[in-house]
Write a protein of this length. Structure first.
Ligand code: NAD
Length: 485
C-alpha cells in the first residue's frame, strides 16, 4: 500500500522524487473541490532525468536481455497486485476523478485484465521467415522501440495508463507515463505496483507536471522513440507536429461524437438501458460516449420521452457513495466548459428535456455536479451534432431509412465508436460495414475487451490499441537476409 509520502512524489529511476525546483501542483476531489494533496510540478529538467533513466534502463541487460517469458511473469504479477488492491485503487481514483466507485473498480479490474493479456503475449512477439530467391534465408525480427512516452487523459487515469504501458513493457520498452494534471494519483500507484512486481529501476517512470510543458518536452526529447497520446484532437495535432520533427511513431487515441442507431425493430428497453449507461457513465466524460442518438422516425417520440424519463431518475452524488449512479465532473473548469457547450446548442434551437443544470441538493453545491441532459430538436448539422461536449449530454434525432441513418452517423469529423440496435442481422451487418467508426457494437454499448482493437478513424485518431495488433506499435520491424553460400 502506498504511503502518503510516496503518493505525493513522482517516480523516476526507481526512486520517489520531488520536482528538481521543488514546485508542486494541488490535486482536488471533484465532489467537494477540497484539496486532497499535492504532486510535484515537473519541468524540462525532470523530463531530462526521466528520459535518461529510461534510456539507461533500456540499455541494461537486466531488462533488455531478460527472457521475455520472465517479463511476462512480472506483468502477471502486476495484474495480481492490481487485483489485490483493486478496492483501494478504485477509492483513490474516485477521490481524484469523481466517478462512482463501482465504475472505478471496473476500470481497475480492466487494467488487471490488460496486464494479464499482455503478460501472455510477451514471449509471442514473433517474426516471419520469408521465401527469397537462391540459397538465402530472410526473416524478420520485432524489436522494442526503446523509450516510449505515454500521455494519459483524466477520464480513465488508471485504466488508460495501463492500456498502453502493459503492451509497451511486454515488448521490452522502457516507459515514461505523464498523467493528466487533474488526476495524477493512480498512475503513481501503478509505478509502485511495477516496483513491487520486480520491474528493474528506470523501466517504468511516472512524471507529473503540466501537459503543455512536460508533455511537449517529452515528445521532443531526442532519446524518446515512440509516443502514445490519449487525449483531445487539439493535443493530438500538437503531438503529431512535434513527432513529425523527430520522425518518431505516434499512436493517437482522440475524441469522438459517437452515434447510436436505433432501428424500429430494436429491443427498446434493452437499448435504452445501454444508451443511458453509454451516455452518462463517468458523467459522460468518455471518448466513446454515445452522445448522438439516431432513432427511426416511427419510434422517435417514444425514444425521446423514455430516455428523458430514465435520465431524470439517475441518482447524482459523490462517487464514494455506493448508491450514486452519476458523479461530478472532473473540475470546475470542465463543468464550465460543458455548460458553455449546452448554451451554444440552446442558442441554435436545441431543447433540453431534462438536466443541463446544477442539482438543487445543497449538499452537492461545492462539487462539480451537473444534472444529465437529454436534448431534442438540435440542428442535425449544428453545434451539438458536431462538437464533443465531453459531459453528461445526449441529443436525439430521427432518421428515415438506413441510408439516412448512415449519412447522419458519418457526418462528423470524428470516427471513434458507434452502436447499432436491431434484431435484424442484415441491417446490423449493412450498417456496421458502412459506418466510419473504428469500434462498432451491436445490441450492447459500450463494450470493449483488452483483446479487441480500440482505435478511431478520421479525427478520432491514428493507429489502435489493445489486442495483438496493439502490441506491434511498440516494436520496430527488422528484415535480415543472409546469403548462405
Ligand atoms: P488533453 O489532450 O488535454 O490531455 C491528454 C494528455 O496530454 C494529458 O496528460 C495532458 O497533460 C497532455 N498534454 C496536453 N497538452 C500537451 C502537449 N502540447 N504536448 C504533450 N502532451 C500534452 O485531453 P484530456 O482533456 O485529458 O482528455 C479528454 C480528451 O481525451 C477527450 O477529447 C477524449 O475524447 C479523449 N480521450 C480519448 C480516448 C480514446 O481512447 N480515443 C480515451 C479517453 C479520452
Amino acid at each position: 500500500m502506498a504511503t502518503e509520502h510516496a503518493e505525493r512524489k513522482m517516480y523516476i529511476d526507481g526512486a520517489w522524487v520531488d520536482a528538481h525546483g521543488g514546485a508542486t501542483m494541488a490535486v482536488h476531489d471533484p465532489a467537494t473541490n477540497a484539496e486532497i494533496g499535492h504532486v510535484p510540478k515537473g519541468d524540462r529538467t525532470d523530463v531530462g532525468k526521466a528520459v535518461d533513466a529510461a534510456a539507461a534502463a533500456f540499455e541494461r541487460p537486466d531488462w533488455r536481455a531478460m527472457d521475455p517469458a520472465q517479463r511476462g511473469l512480472i506483468l502477471r504479477k502486476m495484474a495480481d497486485l492490481i487485483r489485490a488492491s483493486a478496492d483501494a485503487i478504485a477509492q483513490l481514483e474516485t477521490s481524484n476523478q469523481g466517478k462512482p466507485v463501482k465504475e472505478a473498480k471496473g476500470d481497475v479490474i480492466y487494467a488487471a485484465m490488460t496486464f494479464d493479456y499482455y503478460a501472455g503475449l510477451a514471449d509471442k512477439i514473433e517474426g516471419r521467415t520469408i521465401p527469397v530467391p537462391g540459397t538465402r534465408l530472410a526473416f524478420t525480427v520485432r524489436e522494442p522501440l526503446g523509450v516510449t512516452v505515454h500521455l494519459v487523459p483524466w477520464n480513465y487515469p488508471f485504466q488508460l495508463a495501463s492500456r498502453s504501458v502493459a503492451p509497451a513493457l511486454a515488448a521490452g520498452n522502457t516507459v515514461i507515463v505523464k498523467p493528466a494534471s487533474w488526476t495524477p494519483l493512480s498512475a503513481l500507484r501503478l509505478a509502485e505496483i511495477g516496483a513491487q512486481a520486480g520491474l528493474p529501476k528506470g523501466v517504468l517512470n511516472v512524471l507529473t507536471g503540466p501537459g503543455g510543458a512536460v508533455g511537449h518536452a517529452l515528445v521532443t526529447h531526442k532519446a524518446v522513440r515512440g509516443v502514445v497520446l490519449t487525449g483531445s484532437v487539439e493535443t493530438g495535432r500538437e503531438v503529431l507536429r512535434a513527432a513529425a520533427e523527430r520522425i518518431i511513431p505516434v499512436t493517437l487515441e482522440l475524441g469522438g461524437k459517437n452515434p447510436n442507431i436505433l432501428f424500429a425493430d430494436a429491443e427498446l428497453d434493452k437499448a435504452l438501458r445501454g444508451i443511458v449507461r453509454g451516455a452518462f457513465s463517468n458523467a459522460g466524460q468518455m471518448c466513446w460516449a454515445c452522445s448522438r442518438i439516431l432513432a427511426h422516425e416511427s419510434i422517435y417520440e417514444s425514444v425521446v420521452e423514455k430516455l428523458a424519463a430514465a435520465t431524470a431518475k439517475l441518482k447524482i452524488g459523490p462517487g464514494a457513495d455506493a448508491s450514486t449512479e452519476m458523479g461530478p465532473l472532473v473540475s470546475k473548469d470542465h463543468l464550465a466548459s460543458v455548460v458553455r457547450h449546452l448554451e451554444k446548442g440552446k442558442a441554435e434551437g436545441a431543447r433540453l428535456l431534462t438536466g443541463g443544470d446544477r442539482p438543487a441538493d445543497a449538499s452537492l453545491a461545492s462539487g462539480n455536479f451537473l444534472r444529465p441532459a437529454v436534448v431534442r430538436d438540435a440542428a442535425p448539422d449544428g453545434y451539438l451534432a458536431r462538437t464533443e461536449v465531453f459531459g453528461p449530454m445526449l441529443a436525439v434525432w430521427p432518421f428515415k431509412d438506413l441510408d439516412d441513418a448512415v449519412a447522419k452517423a458519418n457526418a462528423t469529423e470524428f470516427g471513434l465508436a458507434a452502436g447499432i440496435w436491431t434484431r435484424d442481422l442484415k441491417s446490423a451487418h449493412d450498417t456496421a460495414r458502412r459506418l466510419d467508426a473504428g469500434i462498432v457494437s451491436v445490441n450492447e454499448y459500450p463494450i470493449t475487451f483488452p483483446q479487441t482493437p480500440f482505435g478511431g478513424f478520421k479525427a478520432s485518431g491514428l493507429g489502435s490499441e489493445q489486442g495483438i495488433d496493439g502490441i506491434h506499435f511498440y516494436t520496430r520491424l527488422k528484415a535480415v537476409t543472409m546469403n548462405l553460400r
